[in-house]
Ligand binder design. Structure first.
Ligand SMILES: N[C@@H](CCC(=O)N[C@@H](CS)C(=O)NCC(=O)O)C(=O)O
Length: 224
């Protein structure tokens, strides 16, 4: 994105990365202009390797040449470094702690179990399917009757943490028979509501593209 007003931000990303998508969504929600650099993860740039020598992963945010890594930390940094923009986290310390807890749950459980599901077929899939259904129901319980996880603050930190993974929902059904619309219909409706936001629809992959990617990956790994 060409910077209309240069605030010194550069995002190193891979558009396929759900973690990088979080950062793009947050930058869009905050209306922060930035330079976007698409990384080829099979041939990482010197800038990426220098910026994130510990993990060598995207996303990386550069702010005035300084490096911030880890998507959830980047989201919190943006709130603190740009206090005049739309906040992502609530202001109340207890609510902030809750949002952080659930975002960590997304990383540990949705990403953890989802990436395990990618690799398996047949018998071992059964417990993983049951686990994923439970994770989705738990998240639906946390959403309750709210429109967004951010509650009265609207679409916020936890919504951004989870929404890139909602594009995996169709694949949960297609590859593993975990029908999110049946298991957690309110969560499926939340995902559809999120997708109506330009910040989301412009920065996540379509469920079809995600499913094509998973299908290709499973073929390459000899799983399908
Ligand atoms: N916990 C990290 C996860 C980042 C991550 O897993 N990035 C992946 C892309 S989805 C990556 O860069 N993989 C390349 C590699 O590990 O070599 C975050 O939240 O930013």
């Amino acid at each position: 994105m060409a910077a209309e007003k240069n605030v010194g931000l550069v995002l190193l990303n891979s558009s396929l990365s759900p973690f990088g998508q979080r950062c793009s969504i947050a930058l869009a929600e905050k209306g922060l202009p930035h330079e976007y650099v698409e990384e080829d993860l099979a041939a990482k740039s010197d800038l990426l390797l220098r910026s994130n020598p510990i993990y060598k992963q995207v996303p990386v945010l550069l702010h005035d040449g300084r490096t911030i890594i880890e998507s959830l930390i980047i989201l919190q940094y943006l709130d603190e470094a740009f206090p005049d923009t739309r906040p992502l986290l609530p202001t109340d310390p207890y609510e902030r702690a809750q949002a952080r807890f659930w975002a960590d749950y997304v990383d540990k459980k949705v990403y953890g179990c989802g990436s395990r599901l990618y690799m398996i077929k047949g018998e071992p899939q059964v417990p993983a399917n049951i686990e994923m259904a439970g994770i989705l129901k738990t998240l639906e319980g946390e959403l309750g009757e709210k429109e967004f996880f951010g509650g009265e603050h609207g679409f916020g930190f936890l919504d951004i943490a989870l929404v890139p993974f909602s594009t995996w929902f169709e694949s949960f059904d297609k590859f593993w028979g975990v029908g999110v619309a049946e298991v957690a219909p309110k969560l499926a409706a939340w995902a559809a509501r999120c997708m109506e936001r330009e910040s989301v629809s412009k920065n996540v992959f379509s469920p079809e593209k995600v499913s094509d990617f998973i299908g290709e990956m499973r073929k390459d790994l000899g799983i399908e």
